[in-house]
Design a protein. Structure first.
Length: 385
């Protein structure tokens, strides 16, 4: 048989042959272990019992767009129209259909290094190419390099704040500079803000869209990440009406949209008590603090400001890159982490931990990580007072 496209099938996966399911601690997941909030679960059950799921789906989509407009006003300080909102089957789907609306085969987008590998795969699925531009962990780019990467085929610039894998919240002035750069080069801006409500300072902001006055910014959000709706696949994006319509058409051509149950869950998530999300944020921040207490500052290159990811520097451990380190860590200690090789060249010698696990697994995982790094000769012991 003819070979598959390597651009779409080659993933940076760890070997599973060494995995002991009963003993393994997984700190590699993209998803939170928080259970679905009770009001959301009740709404799903109610929707499932509906006698007309198709009609309910249509109504729920409209009501959820209205709820998104209110959320943007109350939480992000943004004024948006209902026809600017597209509800999608997850934030990844939003990114996919945004690229489908923007890009033709041969087009080119720029995405951050470090940043999620999904940008590259999604662009390839539409026949476009994605290229990484270097940034510091706080999101500041090398402007000269970024400028040199723009070419005639370049359609869009991806900005990620709060960022994955670092958990950085980009400064408003920096976001404005990104938008100005995009305007200068006539690029769209895809603003990936999937954990916008999970800031440790408790203040969501308008993000990149606050600097947009000509409709070139499209912002992407995730209810799955902010409200622990994993498995329901629910996200949304906000764009100028004409672009939003194109994104909606790209989604309709592939899968029509989110399920009735997901839409009902989204409505409930936006109307439930904000304290549910606040408790998640407090838990993630506490987990970050646990890591900082148990590992040396020398191996913690950046303090997360949002979300539930954290980077650890493994450059002192003697492995060629973080994938090799992570594979041996899994084999020797039954601890699974995300190798930084997934996120670009900037994090080749880093691993990403998820903080969205229960306290017992986090403690076990950090203990195994510290033990393994100590055996490798890395400076992992925290300072003593």
């Amino acid at each position: 048989m003819k070979p598959l496209s390597m651009s779409r099938t080659a993933l940076d996966r760890l070997p599973v042959s060494v995995l002991n399911v009963e003993e393994c601690v997984d700190l590699s997941s993209d998803y939170s272990t928080f259970t679905v909030p009770r009001p959301v679960a009740d709404a799903i059950v109610w929707a499932a019992r509906s006698t007309d799921l198709g009609r309910h789906n249509t109504a729920s989509g409209r009501y959820l767009r209205e709820a998104v407009v209110e959320k943007l006003r109350a939480e992000n300080g943004l004024e948006a129209r209902e026809d600017s909102v597209v509800v999608t089957a997850g934030a990844t789907a939003a990114l996919c259909f945004i690229l489908g609306a923007m890009c033709d085969a041969g087009d080119h987008i720029l995405c951050p290094d470090p940043g999620p590998a999904s940008y590259l795969r999604l662009a390839a699925s539409w026949g476009a190419s994605a290229e990484r531009y270097p940034t510091e962990l706080n999101g500041t780019p090398d402007w000269q390099v970024l400028d040199s990467l723009v070419r005639h085929e370049t359609k869009a610039l991806v900005v990620n704040s709060p960022s994955d894998p670092a958990g950085a919240i980009l400064d408003p002035d920096l976001l404005r500079q990104y938008v100005d750069f995009a305007r200068e080069h006539d690029l769209y801006v895809i603003s990936d803000e999937q954990t916008d409500l999970l800031r440790y300072d408790g203040l969501a902001t308008g993000g990149t869209a606050t600097s947009d006055y000509d409709g070139r910014v499209v912002s992407v959000y995730s209810l799955a990440r902010t409200h622990a709706l994993y498995g329901l696949r629910l996200g949304y994006c906000v764009a100028a009406p004409a672009l939003a319509e194109a994104i909606a058409q790209a989604q309709d051509a592939q899968l029509s949209g989110p399920s009735t149950l997901a839409l009902a869950a989204g409505q409930a998530a936006f109307t439930m008590d904000r304290s549910v999300v606040d408790s998640m944020v407090a838990t993630y921040q506490q987990a970050r603090d646990v890591v900082e207490v148990n590992l040396s500052p020398e191996v913690l290159p950046f303090q997360p400001q949002s979300g539930y990811f954290m980077l650890v520097d493994v450059s002192h451990c003697g492995y060629p890159d973080s994938h090799a380190f992570a594979a041996e860590l899994l084999s020797q200690k039954q601890l699974r982490v995300a190798p930084g090789t997934r996120f670009g060249t900037r994090t080749q010698q880093m691993i990403r931990l998820t903080l969205a696990v229960n306290e017992r697994n986090l403690s076990r995982g950090i203990e195994r990580l510290a033990e393994f790094m100590h055996e490798c000769g890395a400076p992992v012991e925290p300072p003593t007072d």
